[in-house]
Design a protein around this ligand. Structure first.
Ligand SMILES: Nc1nc2c(ncn2[C@@H]2O[C@H](COP(=O)(O)OP(=O)(O)OP(=O)(O)O)[C@@H](O)[C@H]2O)c(=O)[nH]1
Length: 218
């Protein structure tokens, strides 16, 4: 499995402790990456979101989740073929990797859908960061072959983790997804972020914080 994925040679003699540890580490790495782009896959991303939610609840530091979806991607596949579509997905992944801080985690969470969690991102910068990503993708053409270049755009939706309150990766993704839906509906190639970190707490989040059903009625 590791050979097939092009993994580098393992340390130590086969069967040794170092070798077994190398196998475990390599398999963990393989199971957390998207094969096409090398970015974190959805499972690894949701685990990272969970850890970020715990950190935000403890520290109160703002964290932003961005969802990015390539616009009219079906047309790319239909016009240039599935292989060209894969090249576009890989190029978008490379651009995202290149555009974020080392502490930010970009991931591919669906066919042509990406996500980035940005720890410690103050609300004043959120829109600027999202817009920088969108503009960079719009401005860069992608080489499909020596003579063929293609431009794509993305729609971006974003939401902040509720501060001081425990939430869940699913609820956070749902809120960002709502904004992504808005960006698509308003014409695509745009960014829509929740205006400020939500101070309103949903019934589900109250349940996570305080437990018991009585909060659901408030
Ligand atoms: N090449 C390639 N295509 C994929 C992959 N995963 C999903 N797709 C294609 O991505 C396309 C997504 O199309 P839609 O969900 O209709 O969205 P869209 O055309 O991007 O339109 P909007 O999102 O509304 O702008 C489908 O045609 C899928 O077959 C993949 O790994 N490689």
């Amino acid at each position: 499995m590791l050979q097939q994925s092009g993994h580098a040679a393992l340390p130590g003699a086969p069967g040794s402790v170092a070798w077994l540890q190398g196998v475990i580490d390599a398999l963990c790495d393989l199971s957390s990456r998207d094969a096409l782009t090398g970015l974190a896959n959805r499972r690894a991303f949701e685990a990272a979101l969970g850890r970020e939610i715990d950190r935000v609840a403890r520290s109160g530091e703002p964290a932003l989740l961005l969802l990015l979806d390539i616009d009219h991607f079906k047309r790319v596949n239909d016009t240039y073929g599935h292989q060209a579509g894969d090249i576009v997905i890989q190029a978008v992944a490379d651009i995202l990797r290149d555009c974020v801080r080392p502490m930010d985690l970009p991931a591919r969470i669906g066919g042509e859908e990406f996500a980035i969690v940005l720890p410690n991102c103050p609300p004043a910068f959120g829109q600027t960061v999202a817009e920088r990503l969108r503009a960079r993708l719009e401005s860069q053409t992608i080489a499909l072959g020596p003579q063929q270049h293609l431009g794509v755009t993305v729609s971006v939706g974003g939401a902040y983790a509720p501060q001081w309150v425990r939430s869940s990766p699913t609820l956070w993704i749902e809120r960002a997804d709502l904004q992504l839906y808005r960006a698509k509906a308003e014409g695509r190639n745009r960014t829509c972020l929740e205006p400020t970190p939500v101070s309103l707490v949903s019934a589900e989040e109250k349940g996570m914080l305080f437990g018991g059903p009585s909060w659901d009625q408030s």
